[in-house]
Write a protein that binds this ligand. Structure first.
Ligand code: RP5
Length: 191
């Protein structure tokens, strides 16, 4: 079953390049059958569109917004300043592989994701944004489920099931490690 015919969550990101990370949030919401609307809104390339999006989000009645951005990541904070809908920020480690001649280290942002983490979490008083870890879009999805579970009790059961699946998978791997021994377990896992 789905919980609502209309999207409950707005997922936004600063660039199409963020989609390779932000899809993690969508995958969780899809798994829980929670509808979401996904858009690209750049705080610095489309500032007017950002304000329009906040109005759109209110009109749509989203319960939560998940906003991912990299570098000087102002998207989550700016959206939070335009709306009362709670915002979960996903700090993104910028990875630019458009320039093929760049070395691997040059493809990443200079501060390895700390830039976006601090930009998102260090919102001045009055316009808060909560944040997950760098590139942890899946966690933003799970957190959104926890918020929505206050409204949809069935989601609470699904979250409990999700936890129990995690428990089972750790126990299963531990049994394999115990049986095979650490060296051969690790050799198989990382071959
Ligand atoms: C930010 O700049 C985006 O959120 C993205 O993470 C980063 C790089 O964007 P592109 O140069 O890949 O478009 O605004």
């Amino acid at each position: 079953m789905t919980y609502s015919k209309k999207p409950l969550v707005g997922i936004i990101m600063g660039s199409s390049s963020d989609s390779r990370i932000m899809k993690g949030a969508a995958e969780i919401l899809d798994e829980f059958k929670v509808k979401h609307e996904d858009q690209i809104i750049s705080a610095h390339r489309t500032p007017a569109r950002l304000a329009e999006y906040a109005q759109h989000a209110e009109k749509m009645g989203f319960d939560i917004i998940i906003a991912g951005a990299g570098g000087a990541a102002h998207l989550p904070g700016m959206i939070a300043s335009h709306t009362v809908i709670p915002v979960i920020g996903v700090p993104i480690l910028v990875y630019n592989d458009k320039h093929h001649k760049k070395t691997d280290t040059e493809k990443f942002s200079a501060f390895g994701g700390l830039d976006s983490l601090l930009s998102i979490t260090e919102m001045p008083s009055g316009s808060p944004v909560v944040a997950v870890g760098v590139n942890k879009a899946g966690n933003a999805g799970i957190y959104a489920m926890k918020v929505l579970a206050n409204k949809f009790p069935e989601l609470k059961n699904k979250l409990k099931q999700h936890k129990s699946n995690q428990h089972e998978s750790v126990v299963k791997e531990s049994e394999m490690m115990k049986k095979q021994g650490l060296s051969s377990f690790a050799k198989k896992k990382f071959k």
